[in-house]
Design a protein around this ligand. Structure first.
Ligand code: ADP
Ligand code: MG
Length: 294
């Protein structure tokens, strides 16, 4: 017997344990799948357990797997959280920037270039210091600040010689002189539900890099910015990184498989509970669709 809800994850980390507990408290049975064990037969979708779930919560660690699974399940008519489109846009910093700019959401000045000399020109155009990032990545990995043209040249050469194909796109941002912290806002649907300040002596303020967390009140300007940012990328279960700049709040990037273990205690918000309620609301949506199709 297949449960209505499936959770696909690579490992049961603290976050997945918290989510499974929240489903359990609500009396909702969840079938757990490790994506590494899946063998998806494109020709016989109905033979696979996953296709009989009414909603699949996707939490693989690798963005590329969440992207592939959401596409496959979507094409089989299975609802996923997050949706394929939201995963596609938010998993790629370049696509996120495009959507934010299209919807008029403030974000740092950014440039994209495909070759070393053009990337160097883009850095000069933005002005130093400048930040280079892989378009797909997390935990602050390979996010690099070049303070001058010599550093930029060295970065570009290293990427050209050592880089993987994902590094053949140079994504650059202006360096935002933020006040020793950034803001991480948790969004459910399009509604900000909790936020933390992430403070560090280092300019990279990921908690994976040791940043300290404390509660951040969701004031009106922050809430409004995050609602607009979430809408711009299609909404879902999201974590939005916001930077405080001299000219106001800027959306830096948006995450689709966020960690929240360090955020429940400081904010006092049951983040996994709200995430699970959102997934369950999809179940009710699919129930209505089923009845309508009867
Ligand atoms: N343009 C920037 N100006 C200042 N700080 C930045 C900038 N971009 C990133 N950072 C810092 O680096 C951290 C990681 O960058 P981010 O773009 O969020 O990448 P990741 O996906 O690895 O988290 C941010 O949380 C922020 O503290
Ligand atoms: Mg980030």
């Amino acid at each position: 017997m297949q449960a209505d809800v499936s959770l696909v994850c690579s490992r049961v980390r603290v976050e997945e344990k918290m989510l499974l507990d929240a489903f359990d408290r609500r009396g909702v049975e969840v079938q757990r799948h490790d994506e590494r064990d899946l063998m998806l037969d494109f020709h016989r979708p109905r033979k696979q357990a996953l296709v009989h779930s009414r909603v699949v919560m996707l939490r693989p660690i690798a963005h590329s797997r969440a992207l592939a699974l959401s596409e496959i399940l979507g094409s089989w008519g299975v609802s996923t959280v997050n949706s394929h489109e939201t995963i596609r846009v938010t998993g790629d910093k370049m696509s996120t920037t495009l959507m934010l700019i299209r919807e008029g959401v403030p974000c740092p000045e950014a440039r994209v270039a495909f070759d070393g000399p053009s990337a160097l020109a883009a850095a000069g155009d933005l002005g130093y210091p400048v930040v280079f990032k892989p378009v797909v990545g997390s935990w602050g990995r390979l996010v690099a600040r070049a303070n001058d043209v010599d550093a930029a040249e060295a970065l570009i050469e290293h990427r050209a010689v050592l880089g993987s194909p994902t590094h053949s796109i140079y994504y650059l941002q202006e360096f935002v002189d933020k006040p020793g912290r950034d803001i991480r806002v948790f969004v459910v649907g399009t509604e900000p539900v909790a936020a933390i300040y992430r403070s560090s002596d280092h300019w990279v303020t990921n908690t994976a890099r040791g940043a300290k967390t404390e509660d951040c009140p969701i004031y009106a300007e922050l809430a409004d910015l995050c609602r607009r940012a979430a809408l711009a990328v299609g909404g879902g279960l999201l974590a939005i990184d916001v930077m405080e700049s001299d000219s106001g709040l800027l959306v830096n990037e948006i995450n689709h498989t966020m960690e929240f273990r360090n955020s429940v205690e400081p904010t006092g918000v049951d983040i996994p509970g709200l995430m699970v309620d959102y997934v369950i609301s999809h179940l009710r949506g699919s129930e209505r669709a089923c009845r309508a199709g009867d």
